[in-house]
Write a protein that binds this ligand. Sequence first.
Ligand code: TRP
Length: 335
Amino acid sequence: MFEDKIVLTGVKPTGHPHLANYLGAIKPAISMGHTAKQHNMFIADYHAINAVKDPKILNQGIKEIASIYLACGLDVNKSIFYRQSDIAEIPEITTILYAYTPKGLMNKSHAYKASLDKNREAGKPDDDGINMGLYTYPTLMAADILAFDADIVPVGKDQVQHVEIARDIAGAINAHYNATLLKLPEFSVEDNIAVIPGLDGRKMSKSYNNVIPLFADKKELKKLVFSIQTDSRPMEEPKEPEGILVYQIYKALAPIDKQQEMAQGLREGKLGYGHIKNMLLDEILRQTDEARDKYEYYMAHFNEVEGMLEDGAAKARPLAKRTLERLKNAVFGRM
Ligand code: TRP
């Protein structure tokens, strides 16, 4: 499906990913790397500094996210893997894009508007705590995408607007110079990915504090799985699996035959909540154990990962440079 496409994925290095992030974003991104004509996978560390001001925390976040993608199977021979801040052309391109980005477009950006709404709710001044990095976030993101002539940008629903902004800016520049200087990217949203419920039954999300972290240690993981909400019906009572939270999470994860086994056991009153929690725990461990070992390896040998990121930057920079040159030639009339 993506064989002739340039696919670009960016991830902010903020916070340890959870199971829903893994299934909805990490796994699909890695498999795309295996099929696309070109796949760029980068760590959006310039985007992160808008919010994260402690270098230790930031660095830890970058280490974790890089190690996680590698542990989960990112192949640096297939995907160009780099840090945003290693590509000096990206902020240069951003500066050119600014000149074609209406301020009104930034006013409408969801990320900025959410902060504005929060301030208003709290009775604070509109601009309280809002820096220019946050305000102009979509322009930098546009440069991330446009620098590499990306065809497809896989994103979650919350990021669709940002890809549309990238298209708008690219379209404005192309129209002004009456030339195809920038490729118009398309977003791709996986809509057949199930919403994975968290420990309390609401959507699994950091903001609800109901997540199962991807690489929690085993004791912690067991505690979390056993804290998933259940009721007090006895084992023997036949139960409709769909109404049971443990089953819903299991369904997002386990292969179909295992799902059916759990469903049948519940319907026949042969499996109790303790059983199905253990089944879920085993399945999570089964699917993440190998990656967990690799993750720990990369965290402990991060210099190897640094090397991969440097190699990735060396591949990415000439590509971004080409775009920058094209833009500069047009903007400054150097053709
Ligand atoms: N804004 C994205 C997020 O918060 C991260 C990101 C930055 C990104 N630049 C990008 C995603 C470019 C895709 C393409 O998830």
